[in-house]
Design a protein around this ligand. Sequence first.
Ligand code: DGJ
Length: 726
Amino acid sequence: MRRIPIFLLLASGLFAQSIRFAADRQVFLLTTSQSSYAMGIAPDGSLRNIYWGAPLWSLDDLPALTPARELSSFDPRQMMENEEFPGWGGTRYYEPALKIVREDGDRDLVLQYVSHRIAGNDLDISLKDIRDSVEITLHYRVYPELGIVSRSATIRNGTPQPLTIESAQAAAWYMPAGAGYQLSYLSGRWAAETQLVREPIHEGMKVLESRKGHTSHGFNPWFAIDQGDANEESGRVWFGALAWSGNWRITVEQTPYRQVRVTGGFNSFDFSYPLKPGESLDTPAFYGGFSAAGFGGASRTLHHFERERILPGGAGARLRPVLYNSWEATEFDVDEAGQKALAGKAAALGVELFVMDDGWFGARNDDHAGLGDWVPNPRKFPNGLKPLIDSVNALGMDFGLWVEPEMVNADSDLYRAHPDWVIHFDGRPRSELRTQMVLNLARDDVREYIFGVLDKLATDYPIRYLKWDMNRPLSEPGWPEAGPADERKLWVAYVRNLYRILDRLRAKHPSLEIESCSGGGGRVDLGILERVNEVWASDNTDAFDRLRIQAGFSQAHAARIMSAWVTDIPNWVDGRSVSLSYRFLVAMQGALGIGSNLNKWTTEDFATATKMVALDKRIRATVQNGDLFRLFSPWAGDLTANQYVGADGRQSVLFAFRHSQQYNSPVPTIRLRGLDPRAMYRVESIDRKLAEKQPQLSGAYLMEAGLNVILRADFDATAVVLDRVE
Ligand code: DGJ
């Protein structure tokens, strides 16, 4: 990225020392290119937050902590002290980071600093209960150039008696004391994920969470908080994202003492995690950042961080290929001849990865049977998958395959053999959703079985890509074999075993790529993103609906992971019809895919699509690895405009969409961002819907005078490609 403008930081030798400690005042200063985070050890041993915000450079500025002033017997000082990781104990009544119960029933937990260790960009701080050895290690990792601090905790039972954790959070974050804050978050449901909400933070608690066992469509584990004055490009924004694909919770609390606290980690609902003496539990990581450049700055920072540090392959990962997926074309009706025919047509368009979706295995002719039996259906694929894969490869495409490994239909050989493998309470109903049940991945035998199935598929066939689906949440979360004391460990063990399977698969098959799908965007978070190359953002493929889903998604997640398909009209979700170009221009803002039934396309459709796929290949590095500027929001008016600027600054692409013009009124002028004002750019309208006819324009003109696109009809769209003239 071309930022890190902070001269102060360079002057202070930041990159040599992102973590500093002043022993005289017992204060820590963690600094990145965009933020600083400060905390200190108070005289009573509590570890407390001092500051989070724009970069500070002088460690000497930080004061030694003193006890807060007690207001009354009802407002003890602890309530006003911003503890980094508050235990539930003493006179603390707010959301704790850790709540335990010891075997003897004692639940009091007051944590004090013991020691710390700084190693490069890592800081570990040890805390311990004032009486016994309930030991916490707080892990801080600073990503100096990327503007992110990661936090997590390890909770260890160093006492001689068992204890049970009732709530374990990764971190508590504090905004500077004040009021008037606004919370932005992503909520939704199936086929309407990642809708952006921004609302005032009032006294009390707002809970964002999943109780469903997966990340969920309901909320995405991300937040942004501003002081009520931020917009896309300016204003202070504090943000965070939790790396956990199971039950998670983020609480946003405003206290009567002008504190705004965000606490996040495992969902404490139905949580119970026993630790025998010597055992420990690691929380997920909670990543936090600060931007003084509004919501746009915050999301660009997070995207950059995801690309560099979260996604497999990091900055060097290959660009996402153009994909074809069979689902909307054929649903369960897949067979060798039909898929070969589609593959031939997809290859002619320039598709690089052909993915066969649901329906290829077991007795899978609809969603009532077959899940669990991961062998090719002999009627549909009499000679196995090899002939199809060979033909896909011969067409110059990689092959991808859909699986839903965590699930089983009652009508399957697997369930007939292992009815005890599903999540259930003995003697209670096993609710089916989409006529399927959930295998208990927390069990090691189930984990080994699933790994074995996938390993065999990846070994037997040259599969480049697995689309890993999960089409229902967990329910009746019993684990009879674990016993009543331990069975609620399922919530954690399930996810850890999921991660383990993915990690092992990737290690054993290094060229295998994986897509995370959960009926669309039900499993998108920084935990799964460490292990997958793409995610399916929504089952909703209506291009207009997608504009908002994608805009919300882009608050938290990078474009390169967002699989987006062009599908047929009228769209199955809402019956809407928009032009093929419109559908392509929406989908090209992620990892482009095609999910249409190519057998029904006209010659004109093929011509348009071939042109669009070629365009995508020219601009995808800019979209996938560049900076996103959301110029006009799909929530604000009838114009949506997004601009991407390539990481090397040499190319920029503007996408513009209009959904319902009236009175033949023109669209507003679009002023671009992120360009070099002194550079010249070659201006290429993809379809002559641009008022400006100058072949080249300066960055200054593009950003100050702006461009005028001509979008007349309803659901009209265009794109402009700008290439820097050297
Ligand atoms: C849900 C996914 O989101 C779809 O893309 C498709 O893979 C179906 N499952 C298949 O059952």
